[in-house]
Design a protein around this ligand. Structure first.
Ligand code: HEC
Length: 352
């Protein structure tokens, strides 16, 4: 009986946890999303009329098999700095020796120096057993140029006593300004910005050892933005899409912003009828079933395809589905800034 209760409560817990993760979590994060109203007209708005019908044509024809509707931004890179070495010398030394191999040379030397100088027995620093060494001289030279503070190894020592000792050891003149400069300085761990996955374990270890660190996001790679969009797509962009046809493969270009990139109805119609007429190398299938060839009665229709050759007296005109599909494509615009996704100031490239 006891076991039965354990098993039952286990099952219940498993169900509760999955419900929390799969239902409650997403709903609480995304369920309350509303159109943005701060930026003038509300964004996004529900599609109406032709564009709404066009979404069904898009889905029925499986356009999402080859086209995504999601502009992705590239990853962000970070720089990691040690701002204070802390006082737990043994732990710090251990982290340092663990990561020493991973650290880039110049900065690892700086951190190493900072650590040795910050430790109580800094005089055991290999090069400087008691007497003034070439390395110490180099450090002192470095002090003359405040821009080199980061590489001289004193940066990050906030303990006043240790700093005073280190400065004395290096025969650096006692100067309040210099001291403050040293205290405020920070040592970069790497020479170049790194991705979060690389930064995180090092940062955690350094913190655990009592050091104070800061990270600064420095580079955000543009990802898809120069080619396909104006900013990255976020959940709110799909508020009225049911279902959202984000797609997972990109055999053809991303269409999240095609309405901005290609506003021309005639271009879309010709392209749908026979993609090769617009792009000779196109691998996109023809959607000529969305058009009909008919005898011209009176004047030719205004939306009859012009680039297509057809027997005299006939014309190729879009069926209502084709017009709806084009209206839908033209409605695909992620061109309003959102607080969670501002417009990125990069040129949009588009074929003419
Ligand atoms: C088998 C894959 C495939 C399918 C399915 C497909 N396309 Fe394409 N599509 C492409 C390729 C490849 C291109 C790029 C060459 C070109 O411009 O024709 C493209 C280009 C486009 C472009 C021009 C994009 C740009 O950035 O210039 C539009 C618009 C488009 N497709 C719409 C559609 C629509 C609407 C459907 C469904 C009716 C669809 N596609 C179905 C492969 C596909």
């Amino acid at each position: 009986m006891n076991q039965l209760l354990t098993v039952l409560s286990g099952i219940l817990a498993a169900l509760a946890i999955s419900w929390a993760g799969l239902v409650y979590g997403p709903v609480s994060q995304l369920g309350s999303l509303k159109p943005e109203t701060e930026v003038g007209e509300p964004y996004p708005v529900d599609r109406i009329g032709l564009a709404k019908q066009g979404a069904d044509v898009y889905r029925a024809n499986g356009c999402y098999y080859c086209h995504s509707q999601q502009v992705r931004q590239g990853p962000v890179s970070y720089e990691l700095f040690v701002t204070a070495t802390g006082t737990n010398d043994p732990a710090i030394s251990k982290v340092f020796s663990t990561f020493k191999v991973n650290l880039d040379s110049e900065n690892s030397a700086a951190i190493g120096q900072a650590l040795f100088l910050a430790s109580d027995d800094f005089t055991v620093w290999p090069d400087a057993k008691g007497k003034e060494s070439a390395a110490a001289e180099k450090l002192r030279d470095g002090m003359k140029d405040s821009s080199k503070l980061k590489s001289i190894g004193l940066a990050g020592i906030t303990d006043t006593n240790k700093l005073a000792k280190a400065m004395e050891f290096l025969k650096i003149p006692k100067q309040e300004k210099l001291e403050n400069q040293i205290k405020g300085a920070s040592v970069p761990i790497y020479d170049t910005a790194k991705q979060w996955g690389q930064i995180r374990p090092v940062m955690q270890e350094l913190k655990r050892a009592g050091m104070t660190v800061k990270i600064i996001p420095t580079q955000q790679t543009a990802g898809d933005i120069p080619t396909f969009g104006m900013r990255q797509s976020v959940a709110r962009d799909y508020l009225f899409d049911s279902p959202a046809m984000i797609g997972s493969r990109r055999v053809g270009p991303d269409l999240a912003n095609i309405g901005v990139r290609r506003p021309d109805t005639a271009w879309h119609l010709t392209h749908l009828y026979k993609p090769k007429l617009e792009d000779a190398k196109s691998k996109m299938p023809r959607y000529s079933h969305l058009f009909e060839t008919r005898k011209i009665v009176g004047a030719p229709a205004s939306d009859a395809l012009k680039k297509v050759e057809v027997a005299n007296g006939y014309e190729i005109v879009p069926k209502p589905e084709a017009l709806a599909l084009v209206a839908y494509l033209q409605s695909l615009k992620q061109d309003k800034p959102l607080p969670e996704s501002p417009i990125v100031n990069l040129p949009i490239h588009s074929k003419p």
